[in-house]
Write a protein that binds this ligand. Structure first.
Ligand code: GCW
Length: 608
């Protein structure tokens, strides 16, 4: 195993039953000559305290999971060369730190870039026990504790997880339990209709009774299931709208069924019109989530969590924080991130996410959300994440979910140190390449917050107008004079969904940060930016810089002594990224050059 725990030798045996037992096993094998004590204190839950004593002795106090997290903290600090200098206490910011897998029962992964499913094959739950244990250990080592194993688009036969496959689900839960990881399943809102009920109306007593009975069966098999994840009325999925019900009515009905068992309903807010007419200038897709949910603030049951994508569109390189995350004060919220690099290079291009997450947190008041989720970047490739360096996103996500105040550079550096045996200089090089990779990708792709100039459906490589006349509501409206959408009060009014202080930062193009300029404003190509450049020149410059930075990155990255098989995979993917970055740069520049007719001020080659 070449992930960050690769330097731990022994794999935990399947006979472990609790996180506390796993903690003891990991510590005994990592510190074979050091005495230690573990004190289990149930009410501490995930929190832990590590106290050093004489002659290397240490003790850890915590709940069962807290002992495990404390054990990994100590082991990973040691791997990073950090000695325990005094008492360490820690507790997580969020109690649910979730990974959402978009795995289908046939083994395919929607938007998966690391091979096939680790859980499913041939329409069933079928897996390698050893790989599941490794995964459990990886998740636990960074404090992740909820794993939703199936796609939010619940295609048949994934529905059977609540039916015939329950014993298999229970067996999988047993494997994850010693790592403190609780399973979650995505459910199909219309599932009662597979059982002779003619409706899925959440207010229908037969529907309610079916979900209650189902919850009873499911929790009898998996008593610690975290709950259900639901994508409803979104991109063709069934939901309460069919019956004239709102999403509080839908979510609360399921919440009622799960309540006796302590389960939660995680209800996604990714709801918009995905059959928009491009001629319709009134509808602006980023407004959709607010329109569907804001008026329901305070209406959701105790055990409902609304899971909101971090931006109002869909995981583009740069999006503002979703207005729901700022405005729904009386509802439990989770922020949804995406580790899978759907729009950010398919785990071919280097793209380290923590700098972006830290930017989101700068806008997010500390207690607005109570939980966090991320779409998985995992699969059955030998290295689990396709690109070996994409593992840094899983690792740093865990650290962020535990403590959003984590320092991005330190987190990345710790991952590098645990993963590779590099000199300090080599490690510094890798850390700086990882940290700058997102900005580089941003420069050579769609400019200044506009997004969506990507090949439709596949979502890799450039196609500037691929989505322009499509149904998805993702338009840039570039013409020969101007580009972008006015989303201020005088335009679509999207910005009106935000609090006043947020609005003020973006409503005037003269103060709006450059990187959001075309998200909020429609501007002519000769618009003068604050640094004196025209808008079109800034677009050209960013693209040439992005390509050049990729070339430099390739030289520096490929000079590092990665071990095999990482070295070959990294080399192949870097070469693909170089090709793609050139395509992006040339196609985007040519696209805008053809429209605007503006020459590059520096006379660089833009193809006609
Ligand atoms: O835009 C979409 C992705 C879909 C995904 C959806 C979602 C799981 O392209 O593949 O479906 O987002 O988040 O539900």
């Amino acid at each position: 195993m070449n992930l960050w725990l690769g330097k731990l030798s022994k794999t935990p045996p399947v006979t472990l039953r609790t996180p506390a037992e796993t903690a003891r096993f990991e510590l005994e094998s990592f510190f074979p000559h050091t005495p230690f004590d573990l004190y289990e204190q149930t009410d501490m839950g995930d929190a832990y305290q590590i106290v050093p004593g004489n002659d290397g002795f240490f003790s850890i106090t915590g709940g069962s999971t807290g002992l495990l997290y404390g054990a990994y903290r100590l082991i990973m600090d040691t791997l990073c060369g950090k000695a325990l200098s005094g008492t360490v206490t820690s507790e997580p910011k969020y109690s649910l730190r979730m990974i959402n897998c978009w795995d289908n029962a046939d083994g395919d992964i929607e938007r998966g870039y690391a091979g096939r499913s680790l859980f499913f094959r041939n329409g069933r739950l079928e897996y390698s026990t050893e790989r599941i244990q490794t995964l459990g250990r990886l998740l636990a080592s960074v404090g992740l504790n909820v794993l939703c194993i199936n796609n939010v688009n619940v295609h048949y036969p994934a529905q059977l997880l609540l039916e015939d496959y329950l014993p298999d689900l229970a067996a999988l839960a047993d494997l994850f339990r010693p790592f403190g990881v609780r399973l979650m399943v995505s459910v199909d809102f219309s599932q009662p209709m597979r059982h002779g009920i003619s409706t899925a109306d959440p207010l229908d007593p037969a529907v309610q009774a079916w979900w209650k009975e189902t919850a009873g069966r499911v929790y009898a098999a998996v008593p610690d299931l975290a709950g259900f994840l639901v994508k409803a009325d979104s991109e063709g999925r069934p939901g309460p709208f069919t019956y004239g019900r709102n999403h509080a009515e839908g979510a609360n009905m399921l919440a009622d069924a799960l309540k006796p068992f302590g389960g939660v309903v995680v209800w996604r807010c990714f709801v918009y019109n995905c059959r928009q007419d491009w001629r319709d200038t009134k509808t602006d897709r980023p407004k959709a989530a607010w329109e569907h949910y804001a008026f329901l603030d305070g209406e959701f049951a105790e055990n409902v969590i609304l899971q909101v994508k971090h931006g109002p569109f869909d995981f583009q390189v740069r999006e503002p924080l979703s207005p729901l995350l700022l405005g729904m004060k009386k509802t439990k919220l989770a922020m949804e991130l995406q580790l899978a690099q759907e729009y950010t290079g398919h785990q071919i291009d280097l793209y380290t996410m923590i700098p972006m997450w830290k930017e989101l947190y700068e806008e997010l008041p500390a207690d607005n959300i109570m939980s966090i989720a991320a779409v998985s970047n995992l699969g059955d490739d030998e290295n689990y994440t396709g690109h070996p360096l994409a593992a840094v996103n899983l690792y740093t996500y865990g650290l962020l979910a535990w403590n959003p105040d984590v320092n991005a550079e330190e987190a990345v550096a710790r991952w590098c140190r645990m993963t590779y045996d590099f000199t300090d200089d080599q490690e510094q090089t890798l850390v700086s390449l990882l940290l700058s990779s997102r900005r580089t990708y941003e420069k050579y792709t769609a400019p200044l917050g506009i997004g969506w100039m990507i090949t439709p459906h596949e979502h890799y490589g450039p196609n500037p107008s691929g989505y322009e006349y499509d149904l998805w509501g993702t338009y840039h409206k570039a013409d020969r004079n101007a580009v972008g959408i006015n989303r201020t009060h005088s335009g679509t009014g999207y910005l009106d969904q935000y609090p006043e202080d947020f609005r003020r930062k973006y409503e005037d193009p003269a103060v709006c940060p450059d990187l959001f300029l075309l998200f909020y404003h429609r501007l002519p190509y000769d618009y003068r930016m604050r640094d004196g450049r025209t808008l079109i020149q800034r677009i050209y410059d960013d693209h040439f810089e992005g390509l050049e930075e990729t070339r430099v990155m390739a030289d520096r990255l490929l000079a590092l002594p990665f071990p095999e098989p990482d070295a070959s995979v990294i080399r192949d993917r870097m070469n693909q990224q170089l090709y793609s970055a050139r395509e992006w740069c040339d196609i985007i520049n040519t696209f805008f050059h053809r429209l605007s007719g503006a020459p590059d001020a520096h006379g660089r080659t833009i193809y006609d």
